[in-house]
Design a protein around this ligand. Structure first.
Ligand SMILES: [Zn+2]
Length: 415
């Protein structure tokens, strides 16, 4: 006669069918494919007994066993239904039965911890609805798994899902805005530039919205430098809340500011009889960085530059500014900037001359960039973040709520 034990061993060893379960503390009793393609795996805990939760006595006397259906991670594309044979032990001292604990799922959970983790991880990079349909679970459950994973991840950086919690103070802070919907509903994004991650995404970009976030920093005195776009609201909020911090105008935004003026020059010529056809669809040749153009594109750009001297001049001034950023030092920056400004005044089209006002208003903040070399404060980090934000928005159709978007952005890893 075979013992129960032998039967289990044989099932376990059936070649080609059984897939190892690798659930800590559980052993497999049976595994079978269902007609609907689900894999049903029956398991039981390996431990011999358990401490009574009431009196702490170690109990080994089994009272009864009840099957509990759980949902586990898919195996080789099959949905796994776990049937956990949950035992109840009898405490001889309390004269009471109690159910054994279950580390794989947790108390009163119908899913394994590892399934919840896997779903949460998937949902941090994929749309909720896709993940829900892949795992055949509800979107609310996916959302809960995502928040579970997110809380753990964020806690490692001293952050939490609770909006309003105290924020860890970075030495270098980046502040920027982004449009939650194209062209309107702006939010403010605050980053730790040393740690290369987002600290907070908060609603609005008005003075009180920004001061509201900055006041949550654990130690406002500890911020040494704040990099930002040329927004007066941001500057005033920082001067108020972080009085010791130096403000640096983010070089990406400064170049972008001049780039917009270049675009206006091209736009003006594109309306002329001469430019209508020649410039149609060619703006990018002058707006992209020169080194990012292909040889062919550079050739088109050069021939257009020959035909439109004003565009060529505007473009050259923008490229000169980029060169200044790449090559100047704290010692040479001010004099070289003055030379560039003089050049714009003398040779620049009206649109560029108009753009110079920002260089008056923000002169010290623009030059401060060179005091923090070679840290190279931003390198388009915040801006890169914004592009990523746009991608997240595109992905998160139907998830217009801010809490969800905020969590997704906070979870983003920064290269
Ligand atoms: Zn007891």
């Amino acid at each position: 006669m075979r013992s129960q034990h032998t039967t289990e061993e044989e099932t376990h060893q059936t070649p080609g069918i059984v897939i190892p379960l690798e659930l800590d503390g559980l052993r497999m009793l049976k595994q079978e494919m269902q007609a609907d393609g689900k894999l049903r795996v029956e398991v039981i805990a390996t431990k011999k007994g358990e401490q009574c939760p009431h009196c702490g006595t170690m109990c080994v006397k089994q009272h009864d066993v009840r099957p509990r259906r759980k949902h586990d991670v898919p195996l080789r594309g099959h949905v796994v239904e776990l049937v956990l044979h949950k035992r109840r032990f009898w405490c001889l001292r309390c004269r009471k039965a109690f159910t054994e604990s279950d580390r794989a799922c947790g108390r009163r959970r119908r899913t394994t911890v590892r399934l919840r983790e896997e779903i949460g991880k998937q949902a941090s990079t994929r749309p909720i609805a896709h993940v829900a349909s892949h795992y055949q679970v509800g979107p609310r459950f996916v959302q809960a798994c995502l928040e579970g994973v997110a809380s753990i991840q964020l806690a490692k950086r001293g952050l939490s899902l609770e909006e309003g919690a105290t924020l860890p103070t970075p030495r270098c802070l980046g502040i920027d805005e982004f449009a939650r919907r194209k062209g309107h509903r702006y939010d403010t994004i605050v980053c730790d530039l040393d740690g290369r991650h987002v600290l907070e995404v908060s609603a609005g970009r008005k003075h009180e919205d920004v001061t509201g976030v900055l006041e949550r920093l654990a130690d406002c005195e500890a911020v040494e430098v704040v990099s930002m776009d040329m927004s007066r609201t941001f500057r005033e909020a920082v001067q108020l809340c972080l009085p010791r911090a130096r403000i640096v105008a983010d070089h990406f935004h400064v170049i972008q500011h001049v780039g917009k003026a270049v675009k206006k020059v091209i736009g003006r010529w594109a309306k002329s009889a001469q430019g209508k056809q020649a410039l149609d669809g060619q703006f990018h040749l002058f707006l992209r960085n020169q080194e990012d153009l292909s040889a062919e594109e550079e050739q088109s750009r050069a021939s257009l530059a020959q035909a439109f001297a004003e565009i060529a001049a505007a473009w050259q001034l923008k490229e000169d500014l980029r060169t200044w950023y790449a090559t100047a030092s704290a010692q040479t920056a001010a004099a070289q900037l003055d030379a560039w400004i003089a050049h714009v005044k003398q040779a620049g089209p009206a649109e560029l001359r108009k753009a110079l006002s920002a260089f008056r208003d923000w002169r010290s903040e623009i030059l401060a960039f060179f005091d923090f070399l070679p840290t190279r404060l931003i390198n388009g980090f915040v801006e890169g973040k914004n592009n990523r934000t746009k991608a997240i928005l595109r992905q998160a159709y139907g998830y217009r709520n801010r809490r969800h978007l905020r969590m997704r952005i906070l979870l983003e890893e920064i290269a």
